[in-house]
Design a protein around this ligand. Structure first.
Ligand code: PLP
Length: 409
């Protein structure tokens, strides 16, 4: 067996399909977000502006968050020193979980190593708690949900994206007595569109199903206290399990679920992905708790308003140039280039010639023919950064001879 040849084959397959990923090596500058330094493969450096980050509100450089992290490091050291079960549950973890439970109006919360792990561990454990469980999953759900559902040994049904009629058909076709769960997202990150949360909850109620909502791209950013779209729409009480990340708008690291005390107790007790792994460092927990608390208050309200304003400005200006963006009313701004070659070329030229970093998004992350650049404007992107981006896109769109939309009259 030639193992090396097998590795070469596997990697070559990705090259052949145009799916081989190259990472851009950057170092963000605290106090100067979204500015960063890019280190090229040859070791030379260039200043860049990051336009595709998920630190949506710039909380990764917020002084309140940094102070909490430094204080915790000084007080308690680097790591947690154990799993949650064996010496790794600290006052910082308990505080963070209380902060999260309060954020979502739930009795409890469980912190995981990431939202990926939270989705995977929870969804793969639920059939153990509810034997015979059928999970109804939106076709555009995140890879972490798909993975958890795929290997949980239970039954699954995939409904067409946001298609309530299709979901109803699937629910109606199954045994009314079978335990059921509907899994979906509030903001889908590639198109920036919203899930019909209320209608999904109505269906869940009608068919006596549980609801599972991934609010990863909404927590911190929507709702009066940053509780997400379900908070904004007054629907948190109708969601059984809310999943969120501490790594995106909260600017730190980690993931969680918020749910009833009993649900948390059961998942805590049965999910290997919760128990058999070192708990997050106390300083990370402290930083995340400080970030959540900050965003619940006035400071959060201001940042959320600025965030939405920045997204509106960018969308308006791109539309003004006739560039084909998808506007689904959220903070995510996808610019559809439409083929992988030009998407990569645009991204490379933006970086090389304009110092603008936006990662190309290709198949299989998005359907073929909808390859795109996905911009994430934020309160730290000022007028200068915005002007520079608009000029670069205008010039490159012409350079690549890409189509513009009909100008609205
Ligand atoms: C990023 C993402 C996750 C995973 O969050 P992490 O905390 O980064 O692991 C889960 N769900 C969705 C929809 C995401 O975009």
């Amino acid at each position: 067996m030639d193992y090396t040849a097998k590795l070469d084959e596997a990697i070559q397959r990705l090259h052949d399909e145009g799916r081989y990923r190259t990472f851009i090596d950057i170092e963000r500058k605290r106090g100067q977000f979204p500015h960063a330094t890019w280190t090229r493969p040859d070791g030379t450096e260039q200043p860049v502006t990051v336009w595709c980050g998920n630190d949506y509100l710039g909380m990764g450089q917020n002084p309140v968050v940094l102070a909490a992290m430094k204080e915790a490091v000084d007080a308690t050291g680097a790591g947690s020193g154990g799993t949650r079960n064996i010496s790794g549950t600290t006052v910082y973890h308990k505080r963070l979980e209380a902060e999260l439970a309060d954020l979502h109006g739930k009795e409890g919360a469980l912190v995981f190593s990431s939202a990926y792990i939270a989705n995977d561990a929870t969804l793969s454990t639920l059939p153990t708690l509810f034997p015979g469980l059928i999970i109804y999953s939106d076709e555009l759900n995140h890879a972490s949900m798909i993975e958890g559902i795929r290997r949980n040994g239970g039954s699954k049904r995939i409904f067409r994206h946001n298609d309530l009629d299709h979901l109803r058909e699937l629910l109606a076709a199954d045994d009314p007595e079978a335990p059921k769960l509907i899994a979906f997202e509030s903001v889908y990150s590639m198109d920036g569109d919203f899930g019909p949360i209320k209608e999904l909850c109505d269906l869940a109620e009608e068919f006596n199903a549980l609801t599972y909502l991934d609010e990863v791209h909404a927590v911190g950013m929507y709702g009066p206290r940053g509780g997400g779209v379900a908070e904004r729409d007054g629907l948190m009480g109708r969601i059984d399990i809310i999943n969120g990340t501490l790594g995106k708008a909260f600017g730190v690291f980690g993931g969680y679920i918020a749910a009833s005390a009993k649900m948390c107790d059961a998942v805590r007790s049965y999910a290997p992905g919760f128990i058999f792994t070192t708990s997050i460092p106390p300083a990370v927990a402290a930083g995340a708790a400080a970030s959540i608390a900050f965003l619940k208050g006035e400071g959060g309200v201001t940042l959320r308003e600025q965030h939405q304003t920045q997204a509106k400005i960018l969308k308006t200006r791109l539309k003004g140039l006739g560039l084909p963006i998808t506007d689904n009313g959220s903070h995510i701004v996808p610019l559809i280039v439409g083929d992988p070659k030009h998407t990569k070329l645009m991204s490379d030229m933006m970086l090389e010639h304009y110092g603008i970093y936006v990662q190309p998004v290709n198949f299989p992350t998005v359907p073929r023919g909808t390859e795109r650049l996905r911009f994430t404007p934020s309160p730290v992107h000022g007028p200068n950064e915005m002007d520079h981006l608009i000029k670069a896109l205008d010039a490159l769109w012409s350079h690549c001879a890409l189509n513009r939309a009909e100008m609205a009259g």
